[in-house]
Design a protein around this ligand. Structure first.
Ligand SMILES: Nc1ncnc2c1ncn2[C@@H]1O[C@H](COP(=O)(O)OP(=O)(O)OP(=O)(O)O)[C@@H](O)[C@H]1O
Ligand SMILES: [Mg+2]
Length: 164
């Protein structure tokens, strides 16, 4: 199942992240794919604040540490794999424990760990349309993650496949 969201500003992207943050469940896995500056972290600011209550300003790309954890009733594990050299390095980071744990996992540069991603997850491809506009394409694999897209559709206007 697929869904496209066109964001016209960073604020709208944060809003979309918040919406997803209100829908995800323990065990949800979200992979973000998009060039430098596409808006991956911006989206996660909304997701993390809605899910864990963290301040948006405290959510930044963990480019050098690879992982930032936000403790909460449902914890959030935020990975940034931009600088990951080998998939083996993921093991040392506890990637599997996060992904198969009771929290929500969100991964920037998920395409760099394609082979390590579980078969069931939600991927979001972001493309830059122009300075302020981004297209977010949501794709789900597996029943649980398809359910997330269905709920997103319900909350964004009557089941359309595209919203603004
Ligand atoms: N509609 C939009 N949604 C998100 N960001 C936008 C939008 N329009 C402009 N921007 C700008 O694009 C940039 C997105 O930065 P962000 O750090 O979220 O990207 P990123 O994909 O995480 O990059 P990186 O790969 O370097 O971690 C910000 O400077 C933001 O202000
Ligand atoms: Mg980032």
């Amino acid at each position: 199942m697929e869904l496209t969201f066109i964001s016209q500003s960073p604020r709208e992207t944060i809003g979309c992240g918040k919406l997803l943050g209100s829908i995800v469940q323990p065990g949800s896995i979200i992979g973000l794919v998009g060039e430098l500056g596409a808006g991956k972290t911006c989206f996660i600011k909304g997701l993390a604040s809605a899910l864990t209550g963290v301040a948006e300003d405290d959510v930044t790309s963990p480019t050098f540490t690879f992982l930032q954890e936000f403790p909460a009733a449902i914890p959030l594990y935020h990975f940034d794999l931009y600088r990951i050299a080998a998939l083996d390095d993921l093991r040392d980071l506890g990637f599997e424990e996060c992904v198969y744990g009771a929290g929500v996992t969100v991964i920037e540069w998920a395409d760099r760990a394609e082979a390590a991603l579980p078969p069931e997850c939600l991927t979001i491809h972001i493309s830059v349309i122009d300075e302020n506009r981004r297209a977010f394409i949501f794709k789900a694999r597996g029943e649980k993650h398809t359910e997330i897209i269905k709920k997103l559709k319900q909350k964004t206007g009557g089941g359309t496949d595209e919203w603004h």
